[in-house]
Design a protein around this ligand. Structure first.
Ligand code: AMP
Length: 123
């Protein structure tokens, strides 16, 4: 059996997190290594490894996650100036924790665009 992910362990209360929102379907908590003044992760309680593992039966759940993201963004005072929601998928997408999660980031002007990670060739 696979080891539970760090996010599953947070859902199960085995390791602490700075929780900002919880309901029967999802959990939101501050990212431990914030990349913006506000950086919150929103995750389903259902174990879905990545976008690639979402199925049609998850449609309502995924919609719910976005309503929760919107609610938290408003509560955090991000609605007026805007914010970014990121979902990394798989190795090339930069995903490191294989439990579906949305990064809600804001509180500053975020740079754009992202692009290829630096390599020895492109510096
Ligand atoms: P990703 O690279 O898209 O898979 O994002 C994983 C995120 O989880 C990173 O931004 C990490 O900083 C964050 N993270 C890892 N462990 C924890 C933890 N115990 N509590 C909160 N955030 C975490």
């Amino acid at each position: 059996m696979n080891e539970p992910t760090i996010f599953k362990r947070i859902i199960d209360g085995e390791i602490p997190a700075s929780i900002v929102y919880e309901d029967d379907q999802c959990l939101a908590f501050h990212d431990v290594a914030p990349q913006a003044p506000i950086h919150i992760l929103v995750i389903p309680k259902k174990e879905i490894a990545s976008i690639e593992h979402i199925t049609p039966e998850d449609k309502a759940l995924i919609g719910h996650l976005f309503i929760v993201i919107q609610t938290i963004a408003r509560e955090q005072g991000l609605a007026e100036d805007g914010y970014r929601v990121i979902c990394n998928c798989g190795k090339d997408g930069g995903q490191t924790v294989f439990h579906l999660h949305y990064h809600l980031m804001g509180g500053c002007n975020l740079q754009w665009p992202p692009g290829p990670a630096p390599t020895q060739e492109n510096g």
